[in-house]
Design a protein around this ligand. Structure first.
Ligand code: ACM
Length: 533
């Protein structure tokens, strides 16, 4: 009943009971995992899980592939074997799922919890098992973000792509440019739903650099790499509101209060490039991830077409058009990041006008960009919106809270294959690092609502990136029935299969439901500029 499904699961007769006398003994290499395990299992056993010779849990080093583990339980005890910290961590995550669901509560009245005897061999299918969280459109308080990291780790996801900046908010303290958060982190009000109704209520928030260090360390202890995204040259109105000299108009702007693809984009002055290189230097100091995202998506070119300075830049550089100008901007940042030992990640728009060497493409508009980029030798993360955008509505009909996007059911997410069909049997398939699901938050204004959109679809997504590719929907749903009580025990307000509970609906709030066929046509229109680099 494990999610994501392990590679091999062999039930055995017998059982082992955890109680307050249970010991936990770990190889010194797994000290961090042992400490984390004591924190999670201590309230369950009500014991200290001290090292000792008695019956208990042993975490042992053994040569194995990265992130792989073996979990053996019999009447004598529990043995987790792994070759690295991540493997040991995942072994204990699986162990938790073998306990009754109440083991996921912060405390339990039970004195003894039984584990079935099993032998499990497991390893992930992909190395990049991610989730994008948009904390720019709606800020997520730090405590809720830490909770979400725990939920990701429980599902063996290992990359948190944190979308920190957008038109509607800048969420990261930058010491050199304090107005980014003094001004850019706050907006006067927000659009309710999609159709222009405003709530008249200020919104905002940001993470201090100390918060970020804590978030990064907390995630690392749970084997999650945090990949920051500073979105540019589009999706940058909050920065322009803070520092108008970054924009094209020379007139003050406000932090955006409505949704959509905004026309206010960064200008292409050297001073603006330098500004963001300085921002990225602080980002690099805060985030040890080898990957840094600069977004690069949905940059409207209207202001560059109208701007004499941008046109001069195009002429001076001998560029063909504004797409190549965007590509020039991206290359400046790719070079800056690589001079500091980091790799640029960008959305598939960075393929338009040519791609810098070493850049990683996050392919969100169908598989088109993923296939082109992988065949050209670029590493790729697949996140096609029609399959893994978890902000899209989960069912047709009016009762979904603020229905948005096309219908993406739990079963649709389960059916997703991170490997584009066009790359099956192709050498280029090795460039698919994995996938990430995406939680954009224009219409998700609370952690409760985020729970509803993320779960249980995130559990289905976790299987697509971790488990072997063979699909068994009935088997998945059977295991999910055992998984939902774990989410309940954790206080996750997931979407019930029957549809939203009355308080999960938002009657009267306008959504933006899209017709699937028309939306597919729009996406392929958008990707027509993607050329072989
Ligand atoms: C995106 O959805 N604009 C990456």
């Amino acid at each position: 009943m494990i999610i994501p499904k392990p590679v091999r699961f062999e039930p055995r007769p017998d059982r082992f009971v955890l109680d307050r006398h249970t010991s936990l003994t770990a190889d010194p290499a797994f000290g961090e995992v042992a400490a984390w395990s004591r924190g999670e299992l201590g309230p369950v056993t009500r014991g200290e899980l001290l090292p000792g010779p008695g019956p208990g849990i042993t975490l042992s080093v053994r040569e194995m592939r990265p992130e792989a583990y073996r979990l053996s339980i019999d009447a004598e005890g529990v043995l987790v074997e792994a070759g690295d910290t991540a493997g040991a961590f995942y072994g204990v995550q699986t162990l938790r799922q073998l306990l009754p669901a109440e083991a996921f509560r912060k405390a339990t009245a039970s004195r003894e919890l039984a584990l079935p005897a099993v032998r499990i061999e497991d390893r992930p299918r992909f190395g990049w098992r991610g989730c994008l969280l948009d904390v720019a459109r709606h800020f997520m308080p730090k405590a809720d973000l830490l909770r979400f990291i725990d939920l990701m780790a429980m599902h063996k996801l290992n990359v948190l792509h944190l979308h920190l900046t957008d038109d509607q908010g800048w969420r990261l303290e930058i010491r050199r440019y304090p107005r980014l958060t003094e001004v850019g982190a706050w907006r006067t009000e927000s659009q309710i739903g999609w159709n222009g109704v405003m709530d008249g209520r200020p919104h905002g928030g940001y993470y201090t650099q100390d918060d970020i260090r804590e978030i990064v360390a907390y995630a690392a202890l749970r084997q999650i790499m945090v990949v920051p995204e500073i979105d540019l040259p589009g999706h940058a109105q909050a920065a322009i509101a803070a520092y108008p000299e970054l924009g094209n108009l020379g007139t003050p702007l406000q932090v955006a209060t409505t949704w959509g693809i905004c026309e206010n984009v960064l200008n292409v002055e050297d001073s603006t490039i330098r500004f963001f290189q300085n921002v990225l230097d602080e980002v690099i100091d805060l985030f040890p991830s080898p990957y840094i995202s600069i977004g690069g998506d949905e940059c409207r070119k209207d202001q560059w077409r109208a701007s004499p300075a941008a046109q001069r830049r195009i002429a001076e550089l001998g560029l063909r058009d504004e797409d190549e100008l965007q590509s020039w901007v991206i290359r400046r940042f790719a070079g800056h990041l690589s001079s500091r030992g980091r790799r640029l990640v960008g959305w598939d728009e960075i393929l338009e006008g040519g791609l810098p060497a070493g850049a990683v493409v996050a392919s969100w508009r169908d598989d088109h960009g993923a296939v082109i980029a992988a065949r050209a030798g670029h590493d790729v993360i697949t996140c096609p919106n029609m399959s893994v955008y978890l902000d899209y509505r989960q069912a047709p009909g009016e009762e979904e809270p603020t229905p948005f996007g096309t219908v993406l059911t739990l079963d649709d997410v389960y059916a997703f294959d991170p490997l584009p069909a066009a790359l099956a049997g192709d050498q280029a398939a090795r460039h698919i690092l994995g996938s990430q699901c995406c939680l954009w938050t224009e219409l998700i204004d609370s952690t409760r609502h985020l729970d509803y959109m993320a779960f249980p679809r995130l559990a289905a997504f976790a299987e697509t990136v971790w488990s072997p590719p063979e699909k068994d929907l009935a088997g998945f749903r059977h295991r999910l029935a055992a998984h939902l009580p774990r989410l309940t025990a954790l206080g996750v307000e997931y979407r019930p299969d029957e549809g939203p509970l009355p308080w999960q609906r938002r009657p009267g709030v306008p959504g933006r439901p899209e017709d699937t066929t028309e939306w597919r046509a729009t996406i392929s229109e958008w990707t027509r500029n993607i050329r072989r680099p």
